[in-house]
Design a protein around this ligand. Sequence first.
Ligand code: FES
Length: 626
Amino acid sequence: MELSLTSGKKITCSTDTSILEALKLAGIYLTSSCGGKGTCGKCKVIVKSGRVDSRSKIKLTQDEVGKGYVLACRTFPSEDVLIDIPKESMLVVEGKVVTGKSKDLQALLSSTGAEIKPLTERTVLQLPPPTLDDNISDLERLKRELFSKGMACLRVPFRFMPDLAKTVRKKNWEITLSTIHTDDCDEIIRITSGDKKTPQYGAAIDIGTTTVVVFLIDLSSGELIDVASTYNSQIRFGDDVINRIVHATEHGKLKELSDTVISDINNLLSIIRKNHHIDVETIDCVVAAGNTTMTQMVLGLDPGAIREEPYIPTANAFPLAFAGEIGIKVNPNIPVYAFPCVASYVGGDIVAGVLATQLYKKEELSIFIDIGTNGEIVIGNSEWLVAAACSAGPCFEGSGIKCGMRATEGAIEDVKINRETFEVEIQVIGDADTKPTGICGSGMIDAIAEMFLTGIIDQKGKLQKDVSGRVRAGENGLEFVVYSGEGRDIVLAESDIENIVRAKAAIYAGFSTLLMEVGFTFNDIQKIYIAGGFGKFLDIEKAIMLGMLPELPKEKFEYMGNTSVTGAYLCLLSRKLRSEAEEIAKKMTYLELSVSHSFMNEYVSGLFIPHTNIDAFPGVKKLMTK
Ligand code: FES
């Protein structure tokens, strides 16, 4: 049976394969933030003709039903079907943000003073052909040539021996060796005939609980070729790491969880490769950063002990793995470097973040916060580093928010509300004519801060019906219409606002409790580095107004974007920074906040906008009384 798209493409499908799966098999990826569970509503397609069996779990609006919308993950074709995929359902590949981003990354790399020395290096050798006088073996010939070039120690794994004779002779004794440098020696990971020095690429990966981001990097220049990101499909096994650990251990599904996230990585890599016509054999190494559970799952390690007292991971520093061992679809012999972790609840993503900020080299006292699914905070300087985690939840990444989405094309990232007319002005990620398809973390923070200032919500985050004319009754209670126009309305429901207020309270409580525990106050802090998937920018003033960040001078804050993938980028390109990352992981100590009374007290006080203790926010107080 055939699934046709309005774009003209035709796909063979069957009655027991969902439209989402059939599209995926054909290389067409839809946003599926619940991982195909049927609860997020992000995978909508329009059935133009043909009968389908639709088993939707969530209620679609009358208008959507009338137009033929169905959830692709819950719909199975019963006969030949023609569908249209709305733009907002397509998985976004962020090729457009690359230009500026590449320059920023390259500037950051050079500011560290590290030279480009990728995890994998390529060397072209012209071996002298053997003669009756020079009749040493092929392997000795190869080693002799390398020793003459200064490579003192070389390990050649046996797997390269069967083809060695053929490979060295194929292009007149010219070969390219790919090697990795381990503690004491260089090891061959690939031998090819001829000069294959360039192009040489590497992948830097952030394995988040909610999202997976892949950077493809030119290893000779450090240039960022492209970025692709998606929701982590493991979400269908649970939103947080605990549920996923339970699924992996109690249901014996570790392999399923590992395969799921590896398949996300493979899909993203394949999208970038196809877009840029990049041969898979030119990818030479992979560096991945993630929290401890995600790292273990990618490597296929049982995470069970992370959840049980005394909360022990299998390893904090991982031996190098190879792509073929974990299922990444590149040459099976290429190395996969997993960022070192600190403890069960402070992972490689945080080490990568500290590396990206370089705060461990500075005398001044700084704070680093990564607002992802969990919300991890590090405080310290060149002498010491202490980390803690506060459960903020994935709402700023769009998960659990009715119209929430990641900071990709179509996301509302900036919101202003006119004080008199309550007209809403929005800024959308993309071209000038890009229509909004949802709202991302920075848009949510802006919207709620503005709604608070204009009296549309009260200090508890409750929507006020009669203030703006933009509050209406939705399927699950009141909602504020951020945008209404072409396509679907973008709203913030009261339950979304509650979610965001809880998340911001957890973040602020994390800050204040950690500072208290180490004996400092906000005034001792010289710099606050903020990481998270907020897109190009985060409006610091609005985040202060919401009570998510402390009220400090604006110049003390620096928004760094996704530092997990930035750290992976740095380690992909520099041997020196890889050892610095390992030092950071060893140096950092972990403080458990969830058992602290002050954390709970601080959290409850933070469930108001901006905070119960309004005197901690004098600037916001002034604005409120205007
Ligand atoms: Fe289909 Fe979430 S509803 S992927």
